[in-house]
Design a protein around this ligand. Structure first.
Ligand code: PHE
Ligand code: NA
Length: 436
């Protein structure tokens, strides 16, 4: 049977955008911003997205499109020998990230329910409601429901499942968040929130760069779904003559817009309700949004729309995480797609079970997978592409664009030095930071 491909180029771009926009933008981003100095973090993050994230994304694209294989096969084909274990690392990271990502996805489903039934208004406090949602049997059930949605979409295939899904989901995310941003603009705290969020303090950046750099780089990689083979896998379903540069720019611009939009929605809501945005921990966005919307006009509708968008965004990322595993099983073992998806889904569900019992596992899984392995995987892949196979990489990028001349070398040198340097520094600061 012929290997699957995207039906349209837009389908590929939307799938990649859907992968990028997710809990990273909505659950992780606002609290990175508030913990790392508001607008100062924004400046660093935007710089990294453009200077580090975009070149790294192109590197993943060329490996995927050139080989038209899953991440293990792709790296083996591209580089040979032991490098295929890097692909194995990517598959492993996909397992780990999706296992806790899905538990949080389950929380979001419960908050949708809570908005409909008024559940989080009925408990004594927003924090108490989160306590109920975070762990226990119902959490396990919600995790199972979220994984079933993921399995259902991916089992239908690239065109009938993922592509069709993202064509509905990505426009829905943009539309609902656009409406919410307009609503947030009308709130009394909007002006104060915009000032906090959008006017950077350069002095702060100079003094705090040691914590800003790894936070912004980690967030940049996580949000663009880099460092674990998603973009290799998605690009492997492309035909030949696509302009990867334009595709990459579209994905980066759309994902960044949603991150900025998230801030324009979240901060006015929090400031208007007098909720401190700097509360930390995995429950922060849930507790503070639930608390805030209760005091605001049309609160429950706003809560419902907000959590609905988060659920859609999480789902469109989750399908990309499992697709890394599924495409590996299909290409390497000749497994049937439905069977591969069910087996991978059940295994990921089981790995997520501890997370449904105690939220410390979220931190554990997140630090291991998202902050250490993702960056490690990223560094190794960037070395492979830019130092060991630069010629092939540039040649592949030029397919569908034409002769790039010095832009090709500029790209390779961006990856060779600044990208790798920032990732190494972040890895060092990240690992040493968690050891103390
Ligand atoms: N980019 C996704 C988000 O922001 C998370 C993700 C990371 C998805 C890595 C795939 C791979 O939520
Ligand atoms: Na994202």
């Amino acid at each position: 049977m012929a290997r699957e491909t995207w039906g349209t180029r837009i389908g590929f771009i939307l799938a990649a955008v859907g992968s990028a926009i997710g809990l990273g933008n909505i659950w992780r981003f606002p609290f990175q911003v508030s913990q790392e100095g508001g607008a100062a973090f924004m400046v660093m993050y935007l710089a990294f997205i453009i200077l580090i994230g975009f070149p790294a994304m192109l590197a993943e694209f060329v490996v995927g499109r050139k080989t038209e294989l899953n991440t293990v096969g792709a790296i083996r084909d591209f580089a040979g020998g032991y490098w295929q274990y890097l692909g194995g690392l990517f598959v492993f990271i996909g397992f780990v990230i999706l296992s806790y990502y899905s538990v949080i996805g389950g929380w979001v489903l419960r908050y949708i329910l809570g908005s409909v039934t008024g559940g989080y208004a009925a408990t004594e406090s927003a924090a108490a409601y989160f306590g109920m949602v975070a762990t226990g049997t119902d959490t396990l059930i919600a995790h199972a429901v979220f994984m079933l949605l993921v399995i259902g979409i991916v089992a239908l295939g690239i065109q009938q499942g993922i592509e069709l899904g993202v064509k509905v989901m990505v426009p829905a995310i943009l539309a609902i968040f656009g409406i919410l941003a307009v609503y947030a603009f009308t709130l009394p705290g909007a002006g104060e929130a915009y000032a906090y969020y959008l006017s950077p303090d350069i002095g702060y950046i100079m003094q705090n760069w040691q914590s800003l750099v790894p936070a912004a780089a980690g967030q940049g990689f996580f949000t663009l779904s880099l460092g674990m083979g998603v973009m290799i896998t998605y690009a492997s379903y492309l035909g030949d003559d696509k302009n990867l540069g334009i595709d990459g720019i579209s994905i980066v611009v759309l994902n960044t817009s949603v991150s900025i939009l998230t801030g324009l929605v979240v901060f006015p809501i929090l400031f208007s309700a007098g909720v401190d945005p700097a509360t930390s921990g995995p429950g922060a966005i849930f507790v503070s949004i639930a608390e805030a919307v209760l005091d605001l006009p049309f609160g429950r509708v706003v809560g419902l729309l907000f959590f609905l968008t988060v659920a859609i965004a999480a789902l469109s990322s989750a399908i990309s995480l499992i697709e890394v595993v599924v495409s590996y099983a299909i290409d390497e073992f000749g497994m049937d797609r439905v069977k591969a998806t069910v087996i991978a889904g059940v295994a990921i569900f089981i790995l997520g079970v501890p997370v449904t019992m105690n939220t410390v596992f979220i931190n554990l899984y997140d630090i291991l997978a998202a902050q250490i392995l993702l960056v490690l995987g990223g560094v190794l892949l960037m070395v492979l592409v830019s130092w060991l196979h630069a010629g092939e990489a540039i040649e592949e990028l030029e397919q569908g664009i034409g002769d790039l001349g010095s832009i090709g070398s500029l790209w390779i040198w961006m990856v060779r030095v600044p990208v790798i340097l920032v990732l190494l520094v972040s890895l060092y600061l990240g690992v040493t930071g968690y050891i103390d």
